[in-house]
Design a protein around this ligand. Structure first.
Ligand SMILES: Nc1ncnc2c1ncn2[C@@H]1O[C@H](COP(=O)(O)OP(=O)(O)OP(=O)(O)O)[C@@H](O)[C@H]1O
Length: 326
């Protein structure tokens, strides 16, 4: 997706390969990588819509890009740095992930107050330190936040607006959005999407947005990335997608997913007819049933140790010992 003659990409993913670890902190031996053959490049200004069926791997990819799961540093570079190992990327706000855990957790606002406690929106938002007041005011306006809202008495959508505002207070360079607009009303969502578009156009930020909601998105993304079963299916500029389909974006994606499901069913049927299991491999928790010969498979993890298992480990002074972060 990088264009010729462009400056350094903001995001570079090269042959990303990843498996969730089992209870021992290692991927179940012989397990098939959950994410594989996934490479994309994003430049300043790119707004990438990440689409795929439930369970395709969208959240996993976003978390890896957001530095939450450890992979080999060569696989994921954000602004030329390793997303997992260089924690200054996230602590500075340059790399920002707003997604599942962020939504589900009590979403501690800078000064450790739960989003559902009896506290005002003002206290939550103004509690985030080191923020440009102009940017803060703009976000409050865009999201139409009433600073007197009490969090414990607010609606889900009102709370979400406050959360989104807090998440965007620092001027990100790379923003990863994992379906955060579900509770927003049509107007708030439209305003947010146009604000994010402006951020890309004016500040040269890049956004990857995973969603199943296509309202108002027909002209929002610059690129579409489609993932199925953890593998990249396509990564194209929106115009190219439009050239190949006369349908709306939602109908186009729907047709891809329908085709994918039909293919899956056909394969399953064939395997059944041959007396094979429905799935390629049987993995039960961290115990693997199957041919031990297949267990040497390189699934993106280095074996042996839980911490710093990648080449050049001595350089990872930013790294924690954890391989998964919340
Ligand atoms: N912590 C985990 N440990 C093991 N497997 C996981 C974990 N989280 C997700 N998975 C598995 O990884 C696969 C991809 O999940 P992921 O959440 O990335 O999909 P998704 O495309 O975001 O799906 P959805 O559209 O439903 O949100 C699923 O099969 C899921 O069961």
């Amino acid at each position: 997706m990088a264009e010729e003659g462009c400056p350094k990409p903001l995001v570079e993913v090269r042959d990303l390969c990843f498996t969730y670890p089992g209870i021992d902190g290692q991927p179940p031996p012989g397990s098939k990588p959950l994410i594989q053959c996934f490479s994309i490049t994003l430049n300043a200004g790119h707004r990438c819509l990440l689409v795929g069926a439930n369970g395709a791997g969208k959240t996993t990819v976003l978390k890896i890009l957001g530095g939450k799961h450890m992979v080999d540093p060569s696989m994921v570079r954000v602004m030329g740095r390793s997303a997992f190992h260089d924690t200054t990327l996230t602590s500075s706000g340059e790399l920002c992930y707003l997604g599942g855990e962020w939504r589900r957790d009590v979403a501690f606002a800078g000064f450790e107050v739960s989003i559902q406690m009896d506290v005002s929106a003002e206290k939550m938002i103004f509690g985030v330190a080191g923020v440009d007041p102009k940017r803060r005011d703009e976000l409050i306006k865009i999201l139409d936040i009433d600073l007197s809202w009490r969090m414990h008495k607010s609606s889900d959508g009102q709370r979400r607006r406050v959360q989104i505002c807090m998440g965007l207070l620092k001027p990100f360079k790379v923003l990863l959005l994992d379906e955060i607009t579900v509770d927003l009303d049509v107007l708030a969502r439209a305003n947010l999407l146009s604000y994010l578009k402006k951020e890309c156009n004016e500040r040269g930020a890049a956004i990857i947005y995973a969603t199943h909601i296509f309202d108002g998105l027909d002209d929002w993304p610059s690129h579409i990335v489609y993932i199925a079963h953890g593998k990249l299916q396509l990564a194209l500029p929106l115009e190219k997608v439009k050239e190949t389909s006369q349908l709306s974006l939602m109908r186009t994606v729907e047709s891809w997913l329908r085709k994918e499901r039909d293919e899956d069913r056909r394969r399953k049927k064939e395997r059944k007819a041959l007396g094979l299991q429905g799935n390629d491999k049987q993995v039960n928790g961290s115990r693997v049933v199957g041919d031990p010969a297949s267990r040497v498979l390189n699934n993106g993890w280095a074996g042996g140790r839980l911490n710093s298992t990648v080449a050049g480990a001595e350089n990872f002074f930013f790294s924690s010992n954890s391989v998964l972060r919340q």
